[in-house]
Design a protein around this ligand. Structure first.
Ligand code: NDP
Length: 296
């Protein structure tokens, strides 16, 4: 089994390097390696053809949501054209394509968790390019697993929790958005579920399709910040900010170039029942990531 992983050094790509390794021969490329830069799509296409993998995993993306508003062409190249090309190559090779999409394909209305069949209606360029990628993959007719996820974090690199820890040590009050609701999801969980799903797909190809994949439960950015800072306090981290000085504010308090959906809840029943998997509560993964950071 030959697996080609693209976007190898992102939050998710890094964890996929670990979780996919036992499945076969793993060839991992990133924007700095020949054949791994989506701004040179011809080179990537040539690399895919010469490697001729059985599985292509696309962890590369333009994930700077606000920046995408002012560079829509680059966002579309990375988020739509590259996956569309990979889908066409997967179809030609008879390979599987694994792709990741986002809660931002939805407009965030209501409070019911979105299901896979709900109509998409993105509020920003990033979400639009991701919705287009889903459609392109579907239309290509390749065997694929597309996972929509949300609020991804990893212990490696910067993340929301680390920012809150820093601010909690520097300031005596914090204001955090409390009207966007979703589930913080670890890149390690995404990578592990991807490997499990790929195993199942090898003997049950009918599982191909689109799945919502997020950790269990839900919270706001404010609830997430409170959880992180409470745990940090328990670990003995000296914080300037008191628990009751973390103030909830509406999204309108932090205007950004890209509008964000309020309701980012994703219903994961389809994934759990198809693959026989359990998605742990979001707090489990965040606590684990914090333990790694705080014990350093
Ligand atoms: P990251 O931003 O951590 O990783 C994206 C990767 O894409 C990086 O390795 C980056 O490389 C790479 N990349 C950038 N430019 C290019 C290029 N020109 N050619 C090839 N690769 C490039 O994102 P995540 O790991 O968090 O995201 C993984 C997937 O999950 C993406 O599809 C994303 O849209 C989706 N997702 C992410 C969410 C989140 O909160 N992060 C939420 C919902 C979905 P480099 O670092 O060198 O620039």
């Amino acid at each position: 089994m030959k697996i080609l992983l693209l976007g190898k050094d992102g939050q998710l790509g890094w964890e996929l390097q670990r979780s996919l390794a036992p499945l076969g021969e793993l060839i991992a490329l990133g924007p700095d390696t020949p054949g791994g830069d989506y701004t040179r799509l011809d080179d990537v296409e040539r690399a895919v053809r010469s490697i001729a993998p059985n599985i292509i995993v696309n962890a590369g993306a333009h994930t700077a949501v606000d920046k995408a508003e002012s560079e829509p062409d680059l966002a579309r190249l990375l988020n739509t054209q590259a996956p569309a090309m990979l889908a066409a190559e997967a179809k030609r090779l008879g390979a599987w394509l694994v792709h990741y999409s986002t809660d931002y394909v939805f407009d965030g209305s209501g409070s019911t968790p979105w299901v896979e069949t709900d109509a998409t209606s993105p509020l920003n360029v990033y979400g639009q390019t991701k919705a287009e990628s889903e459609a392109a993959i579907q239309e290509s007719g390749c065997q694929h697993l597309t996972f929509r996820t949300s609020w991804v974090y990893a212990a490696r690199g910067g993340n929301f929790a680390k920012t809150m820890l820093r601010l909690g040590q520097e300031r005596d009050t914090l204001t955090v958005i409390d009207d966007q609701i979703g589930a913080p999801t670890g890149a390690d969980l995404l990578a592990d579920v991807t490997a499990h799903a790929l195993r199942v797909a090898q003997y049950r190809p009918e599982v191909a399709g689109l799945y919502h994949l997020v950790a269990g439960g839900e919270t706001s950015w404010h609830g997430y910040a409170r959880f992180v800072l409470d745990l940090a306090r328990e670990h003995g981290m000296p914080l300037k900010v008191a628990a009751d000085a973390i103030k909830p504010v509406p999204t309108s308090a932090f205007p950004t170039p890209a509008e964000r959906p309020r309701n980012s809840r994703l219903n994961t029943r389809k994934l759990q029942s198809t693959f026989g998997l359990t998605l742990p509560p979001w707090q489990t993964g965040v606590a684990r990531m914090l333990a790694e950071i705080l014990e350093k």
